[in-house]
Write a protein that binds this ligand. Structure first.
Ligand code: AMP
Ligand code: TRP
Length: 342
């Protein structure tokens, strides 16, 4: 594949979990950047259903969300013909390489992962074993394609570092150079979108309050209502970034506005200095509706024909399997597994 496109800057892999609703954090922190990167990289985008079940998922809902995430990516401008868009469980090599990585990664490395601590909560004994080794599977997702670049939101940076550690240890232990060390690509003011209710928590699919996030499927009225109810403070909007110190909610709304309009925080502060929150919230609503409205409409159109989404994903998994099986065979050979006869 990369042989026919030598002008590309490298190979990208990224993934998104089919859990709950896609939200503005997924769009601004991930999907939107993927759309821009398609021009200069060979791209593989994956709906990571194996990751999703590290916490309980209602089977019917998982199935719906898997198609919806694919529809959300396509509606946002991911081109599934030029790129490879697929479902993780359709490419068995992810789980197979993850097992090898379970044996490469050290417990001490996994014990440092902050996402596990956040997701496992107070009672770690009750977390699934899958949740604990989740970063090893994520490393396999990336390395089974020898991806060189991984665009993600900031919350995934630590997992990316672990993937690099695993790649380096594998190469070193087996005296090979099978895996490149993947680079994170973390860009722009949307890399960390916070909850609309609490500026200290990230916007998340799993937040029990739907008012904490703007979903990609929200109607104009939903968006208006959520922005109106978003937590703010008694001040007016500041005239410099310093004026946002200790004002996490105001900073978050301004960051969202900057990301939606493709500007820097400084630029939007110059526009909104001295405004009341009511005026700013009206502007933010209008902007969010203008960006998300067309995507939402396209998602609904795609979701009306699930068989077509399934066909697109089947073509994607064929392309993905072709690469992944070759890399897995190379890794297995390095480990010393007896070659599989075909
Ligand atoms: P997830 O929803 O956890 O599957 O995340 C999918 C992608 O969206 C990853 O690249 C995350 O880094 C990104 N992402 C998730 N939540 C946020 C957020 N609140 N702000 C920015 N990026 C996010
Ligand atoms: N762990 C990522 C998240 O929760 C999703 C993910 C799984 C991923 N595998 C990946 C992201 C590989 C980038 C590359 O957001």
């Amino acid at each position: 594949m990369s042989g026919s496109t030598p002008q590309l800057a490298g190979r990208i892999l990224s993934g998104i979990q089919p859990t709950g609703n896609l939200h503005l954090g997924n769009y601004l922190g991930a999907i939107r950047n993927w759309v821009a990167l398609q021009k200069s990289f060979e791209c593989l985008f994956c709906v990571v259903d194996l990751h999703a079940i590290t916490v309980w998922q209602e089977p019917k809902e998982l199935l719906r969300a898997t198609r919806e995430v694919a529809a959300g990516m396509i509606a946002s401008g991911i081109d599934p013909v030029a790129n490879t868009l697929f479902v993780q469980s359709h490419v068995p090599a992810h789980a197979e390489l993850a097992w090898v990585f379970n044996c490469v990664a050290r417990l001490g490395w996994l014990n440092r992962m902050t996402q596990f601590k956040d997701k496992a909560g107070k009672d770690k004994e009750k977390a699934s074993a899958g949740l604990y080794v989740y970063p090893n599977l994520m490393a396999a997702d990336i390395l089974v394609y020898k991806a060189t670049h991984v665009p993600v939101g900031e919350d995934q940076k630590q997992h990316l570092e672990l993937a690099r550690d695993i790649a380096a240890k594998f190469n070193n232990d087996y005296g090979v150079n099978v895996f490149p060390l993947p680079e994170p690509v973390i860009k722009g003011p949307g890399t960390r979108v916070m909850s609309l209710r609490d500026g200290a928590k990230k916007m998340s699919k799993s937040d029990p309050s739907d008012f904490s996030r703007i979903n990609m499927t929200d109607t104009q009225d939903d968006i208006a209502g959520k922005v109106r109810k978003a937590t703010t403070d008694p001040g007016t909007l500041p005239d410099s970034p310093q004026g946002l110190e200790g004002r996490a909610e105001a900073a978050n709304l301004l960051n969202i506005y900057a990301a939606l309009t493709d500007r820097t925080l400084e630029q939007v502060i110059a526009e909104t200095a001295g405004w009341q929150f009511s005026q700013f919230k009206a502007k933010l609503t209008e902007t969010a509706v203008a960006v998300l409205g067309p995507i939402n409409a396209e998602m609904q159109r795609l979701m009306a024909d699930p068989a077509e989404i399934d066909r697109v994903l089947a073509r994607g998994s064929e392309k993905a399997n072709a690469i992944a099986e070759t890399v897995l065979a190379e890794a297995y050979a390095a480990v010393g597994f007896l070659p599989r006869k075909r």
